[in-house]
Design a protein around this ligand. Structure first.
Ligand code: SIN
Ligand code: NI
Length: 263
């Protein structure tokens, strides 16, 4: 058995800003992968301080009212420092390396589990919530801005479930909803991925996942950048990011707020 690493200075990213082929292969097989050290310690400090201030100022706008997390969407449009994080070239290029095709920004989210929130984000897939059509597999970068051990609310994944397209949207407040939707997922071994501050996981839009409750005295601060296939079209269904854009079903989601700043 190998000894688990606890070195917070490790990075999986090489001098060209790429991740090794093994991590790409792991993402393609399992539908998620951990990438250590996507942010330098000074960047973590700067983005975390900024995220904390932003949260204080905007907490009341959280989309989520049931205590699972505080959820602030498209923070890049309102804060220049957080925009740097969402637009980070290294992150965007790694996302394209993993996906294997060009991506655009779909949106970002600040997802905060308050101290002792004691509520899990229950198992779900992300892509069924989105008004997308004609797209290849999208993916999200979930970046830890503080250390996130299991007891602070790290993510747990269902490996290999990225091929389960076509399921209805699942209720992330109900423990059993994803499994009721597709009972074959119930017995898949689950993988829990603790992260050090500055590490991230990438997961595909169809990979089943949940986040554990925060049982600690410190807030769990995660910044999530969500990338979509550059070919993605609008499906016509409701979503907070697209509702006010005056789109017609079939329109391509490009230009405007759907940028590619890492290109
Ligand atoms: C969470 O961080 O609580 C959930 C993240 C996700 O569903 O992608
Ligand atoms: Ni999710």
């Amino acid at each position: 058995m190998t000894t688990p690493t606890t070195d917070s200075s490790q990075s999986d990213i090489d001098a060209d800003g790429r991740v090794p082929d093994e991590l790409v292969a792991a993402y393609r097989e399992a539908g998620f992968v951990r990438v250590r050290g996507v942010l330098e310690p000074e960047q973590v400090e700067r983005f975390r301080t900024c995220a904390e201030g932003f949260l204080e100022a905007h907490r009341a706008e959280s989309l989520e009212k049931q205590g699972v997390f505080s959820q602030l969407v498209n923070v890049w449009q309102r804060d220049g420092t957080l925009r740097e994080l969402t637009f980070d070239r290294r992150l965007g290029r790694i996302a394209e390396q993993l996906a294997g095709f060009p991506l655009r920004l779909w949106h970002d989210q600040m997802l905060v589990k308050e101290p002792h929130n004691d509520a899990a984000t229950e198992f779900h897939q992300d892509r069924p919530y989105w008004p997308h059509a004609g797209d290849r597999l999208p993916l999200s970068a979930w970046i830890a801005l503080v250390d996130v051990p299991p007891e602070r609310g790290c993510m747990t994944f269902l490996p290999g479930t990225q091929d389960r397209t076509g399921l209805r949207p699942q209720d992330l407040h109900h423990e059993d909803d994803l499994f009721a939707t597709d009972p074959s997922l119930r017995w898949i071994p689950r993988v829990t991925v603790p992260l050090r501050a500055g590490d991230c996981t990438f997961h595909s839009g169809y990979t089943g996942h949940m986040a554990l409750p925060n049982r600690t005295d410190r807030a769990r601060l995660a910044h999530v950048v969500i990338y979509m296939d550059e070919e993605t079209r609008y499906s016509g269904t409701e979503h907070i990011v697209t509702d006010l854009l005056g789109l017609t079903a079939g329109d391509r989601l490009d230009g405007g707020i759907f940028l590619r700043p890492w290109a």
